[in-house]
Design a protein around this ligand. Structure first.
Ligand code: LFR
Length: 501
C-alpha cells in the first residue's frame, strides 16, 4: 500500500473543488479539502460588457484548498489541475497574466468561425482537427482578439488549467486533451497543426502561433511545485486537464467497446471512447467532435446543453425569491406528464446567461406547445428535452462510430439527478449506470497515481478502482419508447421537417 496523497484541483463552470485521494489497495479513498463558487463577472471593455472568469478568485480557492490538503495529509505527493476547455489566458514576457480569461459564453466570437472557414474550408479543418464547430473554440477566440492590445502584448497563451499548472510549478506547457478542443491540433498526430496555425496567423495578421506552448500528454510529471508555495516534496502532474477527459478516463466502463458515457454537468458530453478519430464528412455534418483522451484514446462525442439550463433557471428563480432547492424541483417535476413540452436544448437562444425560464417559455409558445409557466413544468421540460437530446446524440455517435452500445454511464452532477437518469434510460431504451458524481476529480487523481508509479494497468485499472470505490445506481428502461418516438417526431417537425442529427 502506498501512502502517497494526490490532490485534484477540478474547476467547473459554476464551482471549483479540491479533492485529495489515497490508494488503499484497489480502492481510492477521497476527501474534499475545499469547494468554492465560480462566479463569472461582466466587466466593461470599450463599449462592451465582456463576460470574464474571475481567475484570481479561482486560484485563491485552489490555493487555500491545497494548503488545507497539504496540512491534513502531512504532505501531498502530487497535484493536478483540470477545468473546462477552450478558454485561455495571455501572459507577457515576464509571465504576468495580461487580463482575465474571457468566458466562452461571451459574444465576442460572433462571425469569427465564418471568417475562418472562408480562409480554410470547414471540410479541410475537420479532416485535420476532427473538432466540432462551436463559436467559442480557441481558434475563433484568438481570431476575434486579433488586433487587440492584449494579444499584441502577449508572449504566451495558456489554456486555463495550464495557467494554474504554471502558477503551481512554473512550467509553460499545453496538455493535449484540452489542446484538442482548440481547433488548432491535428487529432491524428496529437501535435499542433502547421496548416491551421498558418491560416490563423495569416488571418490575424500576426504571429499568434508563436504564443503556443509545447504539448505534453496526460500522466507527465512536470516537476516540483514552486518553492514559494511551501509544499516541499509535491510534484505537479499533467492530468487529463480537460475536465471531460478526466471524467471519461474514470467512467467505470467494464466493456468500453459496448458502452457510452454522458458526462453530465454544466454541459452534457455524450459519446464513446475510440482508438482513432472518425473524420468522415457525415461526422462533420453531425458536428461530432474527436477530442483526445487519456492513454492515447479519442473521445468521440457530442456537446449537448446540460444542467446549465436548470442552474440558470434556479439562478433566475432565486433572484425572484422562489423555490430553488433541487430536491423540491425534481419532486414537483416528477408529477408533470412526460414530454408535454420539448425544446431543442441546443437552441442558440439558450446559450448565454439570462432568464432561462422565460426563454424556454418563448420557445414553447412559438412552437405551439403548452407553455411551462412554473418551476415544476419548466424543470420537467428541461429534463425531458435533455433526455431526448441524449437519445439523439447517442444514436448519432453510435451510428457514425459503428458501435453497438448496450449500456450508458452517466457521471458527474447529473448522476444524482434521479429523474434525469430514469428519463435517460426510458428515452434511450438502454440501462443507465449512474455515478460517480465526482468522476472528473477521480480521473484526475488516478492519472496522478499512474504517473507516480502507484497504479499499473492503465485505463482498465483506473476504471476498476473507480468501480470499487463508488456507489453506482442502475436504471432500467421502461420498455415503452412510444412517447419518446412521438416527442422526437414533434421536435423534427418543428425544426422544419428534416430529422435533426
Ligand atoms: C465541460 C466542458 C466541455 C466543453 C465546455 C466548454 O465542462 O469542458 O467539454 O465543450 O466545457 O469549455
Amino acid at each position: 500500500m502506498t501512502t502517497n496523497t494526490y490532490a485534484a484541483v477540478d474547476l467547473g463552470a459554476t464551482s471549483g473543488r479540491v479533492l485529495t485521494g489515497r490508494l488503499d489497495g484497489r480502492r481510492l479513498v477521497t476527501a474534499e479539502a475545499a469547494r468554492f463558487v465560480n462566479e463569472p463577472v461582466r466587466v466593461p471593455v470599450g463599449d462592451r460588457q465582456v463576460l470574464q472568469w474571475d481567475v484570481l478568485a479561482l486560484w485563491a480557492g485552489a490555493r487555500a484548498g491545497l494548503d488545507a490538503a497539504h496540512r491534513a495529509s502531512g504532505g501531498l505527493a502530487s497535484v493536478g489541475v483540470d477545468t473546462w476547455a477552450v478558454d485561455h489566458g495571455l501572459l507577457d514576457a515576464d509571465g504576468a497574466l495580461l487580463g482575465n480569461p474571457v468566458h466562452y459564453r461571451d459574444e465576442r466570437t460572433a462571425g469569427a468561425a465564418d471568417r475562418f472557414f472562408a480562409a480554410l474550408p470547414a471540410e479541410t479543418h475537420y479532416a485535420i482537427t476532427g473538432a466540432q464547430v462551436q463559436p467559442f473554440n480557441t481558434v475563433f477566440q484568438l481570431l476575434a482578439a486579433a488586433g487587440s492590445a492584449q494579444l499584441g502584448a502577449a508572449a504566451r497563451v495558456l489554456l486555463v488549467p495550464d495557467l494554474l499548472t504554471a502558477w503551481l510549478g512554473g512550467a509553460h506547457v499545453t496538455e493535449v486533451t484540452n489542446a484538442s478542443t482548440t481547433g488548432l491540433l491535428d487529432v491524428g498526430t496529437r501535435r499542433w497543426s502547421p496548416r491551421v496555425l498558418e491560416r490563423l496567423d495569416a488571418l490575424a495578421g500576426s504571429d499568434v502561433s508563436r504564443l503556443l506552448a509545447p504539448l505534453v500528454e496526460p500522466g507527465t510529471v512536470l516537476g516540483p511545485v514552486l518553492p514559494t508555495h511551501g509544499w516541499g516534496g509535491t510534484h505537479v502532474v499533467a492530468v487529463g486537464s480537460h475536465d471531460t477527459a478526466s471524467a471519461v478516463a474514470a467512467v467505470p466502463m467494464a466493456d468500453p467497446a459496448h458502452a457510452a458515457y454522458i458526462s453530465s454537468g454544466t454541459w452534457s458530453l455524450v459519446g464513446v471512447e475510440l482508438d482513432a478519430p472518425v473524420r468522415t464528412e457525415a461526422s462533420r455534418r453531425a458536428n461530432v467532435t474527436n477530442e483526445l483522451g487519456v492513454a492515447g484514446t479519442v473521445r468521440y462525442l457530442k456537446n449537448v446543453a446540460g444542467l446549465w439550463l436548470l442552474s440558470e433557471s434556479q439562478r433566475t428563480w432565486r433572484a425572484q425569491g422562489r423555490e430553488t432547492a433541487l430536491a423540491a424541483l425534481l419532486a414537483a417535476a416528477a408529477d408533470v406528464p412526460a414530454c408535454r413540452t420539448v425544446v431543442d436544448v441546443d437552441d442558440p437562444v439558450l446559450s448565454a446567461p439570462g432568464d432561462m425560464p422565460a426563454r424556454i417559455a418563448e420557445l414553447a409558445r412559438s412552437s405551439g406547445q403548452p407553455v411551462p409557466d412554473d418551476e415544476a413544468t419548466t424543470t420537467r421540460c428541461i429534463l425531458d428535452s435533455l433526455a431526448l437530446a441524449y437519445r439523439r446524440a447517442l444514436r448519432t455517435v453510435a451510428r457514425l462510430a459503428d458501435r453497438d452500445v448496450r449500456v450508458v454511464h452517466v457521471v458527474g452532477g447529473g448522476a444524482r439527478n434521479d429523474l434525469l437518469c430514469r428519463l435517460t434510460a426510458d428515452a434511450t431504451g438502454l440501462p443507465v449506470v449512474a455515478g460517480p458524481v465526482e468522476c472528473t476529480a477521480l480521473g484526475n487523481l488516478l492519472v496522478q497515481a499512474g504517473a507516480l508509479g502507484d497504479l499499473d494497468g492503465g485505463l482498465p485499472a483506473v476504471r476498476e478502482v473507480v468501480a470499487a470505490s463508488s456507489d453506482l445506481t442502475r436504471w432500467e428502461p421502461s420498455g415503452d419508447a412510444t412517447l419518446w418516438d412521438r416527442a422526437e417526431a414533434r421536435l423534427d417537425a418543428l425544426a422544419g421537417g428534416s430529422p435533426r442529427r
